[in-house]
Write a protein that binds this ligand. Structure first.
Ligand code: SOE
Length: 407
């Protein structure tokens, strides 16, 4: 029985992303007027006691030990996939074919082939009013949503440079344990897909241009690590000990690549330079070894009329340079907390700021609003497939002495 006023959610997985998504499903209706009320109907996980504890802690009405049970239940309208990438394709395709909406964490999949099947299933489901979104949550940062508005309005003119870094340091300790994010069979790649994917999506979304080619290198600094003990966090503080068994790291610790973006007319609002106009050039870096950088998701755009710069470690601010302000102006720091800024009007008075968890609440708001309006949410699986193709091109280039690789 479908309740037209509610959206009943079944979530698969309950670790870091499961906790962030649960918080968002609970919080969104309390700060935003949603057209459908999310119901935290069930959470699924393999270990019966652990998933029951998670349901209790995170506010889910019931617990299942098999994700397939969520898809078979007729009291669930949407499947929220918060598991490692090697499980995304099977769960998402089964859910869409069963007529359930899907929110799938990033990256969409562990290969282009899987992502293509997922995008095809999404395209087949949409005409039936069954929708899907990929969880590139940084798009829901107010400062980055403001940056997108500025670029679309032509405030930066023609974009020439994109400079994107995603810097973490939770693997700087060579004895941090071997968790699923370091196992290619589960995660698909290391820093490249886990955090580099966010930079790729943000850069393409803000500029309104896709990446068309890359030249890349990947590096794994620490080739083997202690097998994970009781893993309790990203860096893992499991009981490994001196004599712990060690296993191979099968993913990159750091990814660096240059990129070209589409040329010609685009979403940057500038006068169309025509096909002869070069598109932006980009430099990307993703690493878990930038000692001292904890979650520095950074992006800077340089255009013909201005520039902007963002650092998630100062996430409520956007730095903007406007050439029209003259040579003495320099970058101005905008506090993105005004009522008219994206999302912020629903929270606190100006200047009080938001955090990482708000991105996931905004993601729920946009997803629920699109579903209720019967229109496809973004980023779509097709958008996420484009990111997957860039990830694959980076890996191909890195395996071929950084030779230029078209996307
Ligand atoms: C780990 O690097 C991680 O949790 C990513 O998986 C998330 O996508 C990112 O938002 C924070 O860091």
């Amino acid at each position: 029985m479908t309740d037209p006023t509610s959206l009943r959610v079944g979530m698969v997985g309950y670790a870091f992303m499961g906790a962030a998504h649960s918080h968002a499903w609970r919080t969104a209706p309390r700060f935003f007027d949603l057209p459908l009320q999310p119901i935290l109907t069930a959470v699924a996980g393999r270990n019966q006691q652990s998933v029951r504890d998670a349901a209790q802690k995170m506010g889910w009405e019931s617990a299942e030990t098999d994700w397939r049970a969520l898809i078979e239940r007729d009291d669930i309208d949407l499947i929220d996939i918060c598991t490692p990438g090697n499980t995304h394709a099977e769960i998402a395709i089964a859910a869409l074919e069963a007529g359930k909406h899907v929110l799938c964490e990033k990256p969409l999949a562990n290969s282009v082939e899987e992502a293509e099947r997922m995008a095809a299933a999404a395209d087949a489901a949409a005409p039936r009013g069954v929708y899907s979104m990929c969880g590139f949550s940084y798009r829901r940062t107010p400062a980055l949503a403001l940056a997108k508005r500025m670029v679309e309005a032509g405030r930066l003119g023609q974009i020439r440079h994109v400079r994107a870094q995603y810097l973490q340091d939770w693997l700087s300790d060579a004895d941090a344990p071997l968790t699923w994010r370091l196992d290619k069979s589960k995660s698909g790649s290391g820093s490249l897909g886990d955090i580099g994917a966010h930079s790729i999506d943000a850069a393409q979304w803000i500029t309104g241009r896709n990446i068309t080619g890359v030249s890349a290198l990947l590096e794994t600094f620490v080739k083997e690590r202690p097998v994970a003990g009781d893993f309790v966090g990203l860096g893992g503080t499991g009981a490994t000990g001196e004599d712990a068994e060690r296993g191979p790291v099968t993913v990159d610790d750091a990814a660096i690549f240059s990129a070209r973006f589409e040329s010609g007319g685009s979403g940057d609002g500038s006068s169309d330079g025509g096909p002869s106009e070069a598109g932006p050039v980009g430099v990307f870096e993703a690493t878990r070894f930038a000692l001292g950088r904890k979650n520095a998701m950074r992006i800077e755009l340089n255009g013909t009329r201005g520039s902007l710069a963002f650092d998630f470690e100062d996430m409520n601010a956007l730095s903007v340079y406007d050439a029209a302000d003259g040579p003495d102006a320099g970058f101005r720091k905008i506090l993105v907390t005004e009522p008219g800024h994206p999302y912020t009007g629903n929270w606190w008075p100006t200047g009080h700021g938001l955090g990482y968890e708000h991105l996931f609440t905004h993601q729920v708001v946009d997803l629920v609003t699109a579903i209720a309006a019967n229109r496809p949410p973004t980023p779509s699986f097709a958008d996420a497939l484009q990111v997957q193709k860039v990830l694959a091109a980076v890996e191909t280039s890195a395996e071929a002495d950084s030779r230029w690789q078209k996307v």
